[in-house]
Design a protein around this ligand. Structure first.
Ligand SMILES: O=P(O)(O)OC[C@H]1O[C@H](O[C@H]2O[C@H](CO)[C@@H](O)[C@H](O)[C@H]2O)[C@H](O)[C@@H](O)[C@@H]1O
Length: 346
């Protein structure tokens, strides 16, 4: 029990890293209270509650769509303003995959992007340096996207690679490679096996190996079994203090405790492209998930470019603008391409 409390306190410290000390103390107290009262059950409940709280039904009632849209207007409606903000700067595109380029579906293996979206992303990469930043492993996301001219940052940015066919924006782009969590590979494989075994009797549960991280899917599990599934995850995780959990859309993601996320991946890619200390760069990051918030935060901190959240419902976010669904993302990207082609007289 003592070890479990220590591990979860560490987890809270990680989760609240950039928050004020009062926030950290309050979060620690809450976990400790939950653990004492429920012998760990509180932590599980808070994951499950948080997952429920992110469901569209709950979100709808939480905030008024109209006031949210005032704070995070549609990137399509504000297209001219966005172009104005990027004036004289090099646009660099960062795109999340699931829920951004492909619609959310029940089976993660069937999350295909449309041919039209692929065509649009291809044209986009011809106009601006473009990277896909995903929680999935790089190989899997490449198999969906199938474009050799892109930068790929898989496993939440823990596996970054430059374009296979080289890039017109950077001569030695093929040599761009970053894998800050290689030492965790054996541990991730082991935890993947254990989670698969542990969850095998929960109908609908699916464990996905994303190379440097593992996803436990709740989407096809009956909501009344969510706590059981979260408990199974907790019982495996308690033996791995060097791993932590984050939460996505009906998914718990297991990953190394290293200080690396989609925000760090964005910074790494900007640096690799030669825009590290540059003021005339305009990174545009489009994503739908909690893990994309790390990238939105970095953009805010750098006061550079902007984040666009893909969501039909009001959500707490560090993004400046919004788009409702992948179809709107495609329209936005298409307009960027047309604008760029017009400017360069192509
Ligand atoms: O960073 P992302 O590219 O958004 O990856 C986050 C997770 O995406 C995938 O799961 C999500 O999409 C699935 C297919 O639409 C859906 O079934 C699931 O409920 C969503 O959470 C992917 O399968 C996960 O491994 C990623 O962690």
């Amino acid at each position: 029990m003592v070890r479990f409390i220590e591990e979860n306190t560490k987890m809270v410290e990680k989760e609240t890293e950039n928050k004020s000390s009062t926030d950290v103390i309050t979060a620690k107290k809450k976990v400790l209270q939950d653990l004492i009262i429920n012998n760990g059950g509180g932590l599980v409940n808070s994951w499950v509650d948080s997952m429920r709280a992110c469901s569209p039904t709950h979100l709808k009632s939480l905030m008024k769509q109209s006031s949210w849209l005032t704070e995070h207007p549609s990137a399509l409606d504000m297209f001219e303003e966005i172009l104005h903000l990027s004036e004289g700067k090099q646009i660099v595109m960062f795109l999340d995959y699931d829920g951004t380029l492909s619609p959310i579906v029940d089976d993660p293996d069937q999350a295909f992007m449309s041919k039209k979206m692929r065509g649009t992303v291809r044209k986009l990469a011809n106009c601006f340096p473009t990277a896909i930043v995903s929680g999935r492993c790089k190989e899997k996301v490449y198999n969906f996207v199938k474009l050799t001219e892109l930068y790929y940052a898989g496993s939440h940015g823990m596996d970054i690679q430059g374009p296979e066919q080289g890039s017109k924006y950077k001569e030695d782009s093929k040599s761009i490679l970053c894998q800050p969590a290689t030492e965790f590979l054996p541990m991730i494989d082991e935890v993947y096996q254990k989670l698969t075994e542990k969850t095998s009797l929960t109908p609908g549960a699916k464990v996905e190996n994303n190379k440097f991280c593992v996803s436990v899917h709740f989407r096809r599990v009956n909501e009344k079994n969510w706590s059981d599934l979260a408990n199974q995850v907790r019982s495996v995780m308690k033996d791995y203090p060097k791993l932590r959990l984050t939460q996505g859309r009906k998914v718990l993601e297991v990953r190394p405790i290293i200080k690396w996320d989609k925000g760090k991946a964005l910074e790494f890619l900007l640096e690799s492209l030669g825009y590290g200390n540059c003021t005339d760069v305009f990174p545009l990051y489009i994503g739908d998930d909690r893990t994309d918030e790390d990238a939105f935060k970095i953009l805010k901190k750098r006061r550079q470019g902007l984040g666009i959240l893909v969501s039909k419902f009001p959500k707490e976010t560090n993004a400046s603008y919004s788009l409702q669904e992948p179809d709107e993302v495609m329209n936005f990207l298409q307009r960027l391409v047309e604008w760029k082609q017009l400017r360069s007289g192509a």
